[in-house]
Design a protein around this ligand. Structure first.
Ligand SMILES: [Fe+2]
Length: 351
């Protein structure tokens, strides 16, 4: 199954009122997010060169020795800035019994890989955008970490991060229109959110065997997640129907995925998309090509997690408040919800 690609250009270049064509485009955005938990977009502001520059720098970083990378670890800050080494983050499916039961009754061909322990991927967290000076959730909003010797770090991270957040903001506006909500229903709640640019690095030299799990079956706890195209495939997503799909991101496109916060705001109309990253046959083919061309064997994902502001309240918006499922999504501070989730997946309270 091919995911639809929505070109943001017509929406970005429109001035004034939404024409019926633009409203139809917005409906395509909300429909894809609802039915597939994902959406492929083309944003003329995010070029292939931008993505390449970012991935080149992250490959160089992840290839650095372990002792160097450990200097950017901040376990006392729950790894919410700097680097998280491999084997720290626990996939939800390993600890969530309800999720395990649901997996057991899935048809065999759609079942996720079973993780045997914490994720094998490394991760770097770099915050994007400003933070509130006065907040109940200070620990989620800490100072950034810059590795020594990477003079281009701040500029590269910020420029790619701001481009990705701009793309998400447009998708969030279009989705709101598609859902029959005011255009700024989501974006007004995203202001000063703890958005994180969160590239991952998986060492395919060390873990390049088929079926290796880099990120076990899970959902994202944030609002929407966006990724540029990775140089190595391996992402599987689950559609609302339960069907498992290996994602192919066309060159020049970006992938959006739904997180738990959009599920909350829509009372479960749009659910958080389940996904995993594993070494597939296509990953192995890409490893072979990279070896022949003497390219890096680190699989970098250029991921950004867009969040609802920590001090904003998550609750079903507009007509979604009338949904029979609304009571399952009681008003909760976004920051409080994030803290609860981090405790489950092992990124909180580690000293
Ligand atoms: Fe994820």
């Amino acid at each position: 199954m091919e995911l639809p690609v929505v070109d943001l250009f017509p929406y970005l270049s429109a001035s004034g009122d939404l024409t019926s064509d633009l409203v139809a485009l917005c409906s395509e955005v909300s429909r894809s997010l609802t039915e597939t938990g994902a959406l492929l977009i083309k944003d003329p502001r995010c070029s292939v060169q931008d993505n390449d520059r970012f991935i080149d720098m992250m490959e160089k970083y992840f290839e650095s020795p372990q002792e160097f990378k450990s200097r950017q670890e901040r376990p006392q800050l729950h790894y919410q800035v700097g680097v998280t080494p491999e084997r720290v983050e626990v996939p939800r499916s390993l600890v969530d019994e309800e999720m395990q039961e649901k997996v057991k009754v899935m048809p065999k061909e759609h079942q996720p890989h079973t993780p045997v322990g914490p994720d094998l991927k490394w991760r770097y967290f770099w915050r994007i955008g400003s933070r509130p000076s006065n907040t109940r959730f200070q620990e989620l909003n800490s100072e950034p970490v810059i590795p020594e010797g990477f003079s281009e770090w701040k500029e590269t991270m910020d420029s790619w991060g701001y481009k990705m957040i701009s793309a998400i903001e447009v998708v969030a506006e279009m989705a709101a229109v598609g859902f029959g909500l005011p255009k700024d229903a989501f974006t007004s709640l995203m202001k000063q959110g703890p958005h994180l640019l969160a590239p991952t690095g998986s060492d395919l030299k060390k873990y390049g065997q088929e079926d290796t799990v880099f990120a076990g079956y899970h959902y994202d706890l944030n609002f929407l997640t966006i990724h540029g195209r990775s140089r190595f495939p391996g992402l599987n997503i689950w559609l609302r129907s339960g069907q498992k799909v290996e994602v192919k991101v066309p060159i020049g496109c970006l992938l959006i995925q739904t997180g738990k916060q959009i599920e909350w705001l829509t009372a479960g109309h749009c659910v958080a998309g389940m996904h995993e990253v594993v070494a597939t046959k296509r990953t192995l083919e890409a490893i072979k090509r990279a070896q022949e061309e003497k390219r890096s064997l680190w699989r970098v994902s250029s991921t950004l997690f867009a969040h609802i502001a920590s001090d904003a309240v998550l609750k079903p918006l507009g007509h979604f408040a009338e949904s029979p499922l609304a009571s399952q999504y009681p008003p909760t501070y976004a920051g409080e919800y994030v803290e609860q989730e981090l405790a489950v997946i092992n990124l909180k309270g580690k000293k």
